[in-house]
Design a protein around this ligand. Structure first.
Ligand code: KMH
Ligand code: ZN
Length: 275
């Protein structure tokens, strides 16, 4: 089977320190956590950052500090800043981390209800984000929370705004959007182009069981405190690395070798980072 790519979503925009005391929020905490996840087997770090009050921000300097801290402790994993940010942020705010010319970034492919709020990604916004990533040679991870989002991504491809290889992140179980179930995962994968690759992100208690389905089906997986804070019912995880370590153990049982960051750079044909 193809090697497994594990993404660690170590912070997110919605998880709070109150709910998950081990949540990394400062740049030093994010760096230590990214390194622990890489050592456990993660090839990609999906990155959100927080301000001094622990609130989500897309501020460029905060991203710059977090990325520098990660590099200074020896992180070699692919750092994938979010351009989703948090609900209610403007497109201009959300785009800021692209100025760091990361190897990858998330590209949200449609609007959805998001908890009690809504997350807006209309086509002009998606087009401008894709164009900026294309201009900078940043490989987009196509975040799809609904079936229509995959069609939106293919429209961006038809407009010439995406790279040859398409990599999707199928996100299931956000309250307000497509629920996390094997049927919905199979439905979403049925909409993908044959040569595309995909990662499964399942929210909350669905993270573990649906990750098994994804791994068995040849997909990749994302784990971490952005999406789920409990290792098992009522047991809070001590950070992100235990989720990664468990995924590696399951992958071994399934006969899936885990891909390292450089192998993923080759699979996705990532450009060399610019300073
Ligand atoms: N926090 C969500 C509203 C992404 O990182 O691109 C958006 C999100 C997706 O987390
Ligand atoms: Zn995110």
């Amino acid at each position: 089977m193809n090697p497994l790519i594990i993404t660690a979503a170590i912070c997110g925009a919605e998880t709070t320190k109150e709910a998950a005391p081990s949540l990394p929020v400062t740049s030093d905490e994010l760096a230590a956590e990214a390194l622990a996840c890489e050592k456990a087997g993660a090839a990609i770090i999906h990155l959100h950052v927080r301000d001094d009050d622990g609130l989500p921000t897309q501020e460029l300097e905060t991203f710059r500090r977090a990325v520098a801290a990660m590099k200074s402790v020896g992180v070699t994993a692919i750092i994938q800043p979010s351009t989703g940010g948090a609900v209610g942020m403007s497109a201009k705010e959300r785009l800021q981390p692209l100025s760091l010319n990361p190897e990858m970034a998330s590209l949200d492919c449609g609007s959805l209800n998001f908890g009690d709020s809504y997350f807006i990604n209309d086509h002009p916004l998606m087009r401008s984000f894709a164009l900026e990533m294309s201009r900078r040679g940043i490989f987009p991870e196509l975040e799809c929370f609904e079936g229509g989002h995959i069609h939106n991504a293919l429209r961006l491809r038809d407009e010439g705004l995406l790279p040859n290889h398409l990599h999707f992140n199928l996100v299931l179980g956000v309250p307000g959007a497509l629920p996390a179930s094997p049927e919905n995962l199979i439905y979403l994968t049925s909409l993908l182009p044959e040569d595309a690759s995909w990662t499964l992100t399942a929210v909350g208690k669905h993270q573990l069981p649906l990750s098994l389905v994804a791994m068995a089906a040849g997909g990749h997986v994302r784990v971490g405190l952005e999406d789920n804070i409990f290792l098992s019912k009522g047991i809070l995880s001590e950070g992100n690395a235990p989720f990664v370590a468990r995924t590696v153990r399951i992958a071994a049982e399934l006969g899936r070798r885990v891909a390292g960051p450089d192998e993923v750079r080759q699979i996705f044909s990532l450009k060399q980072e610019k300073a």
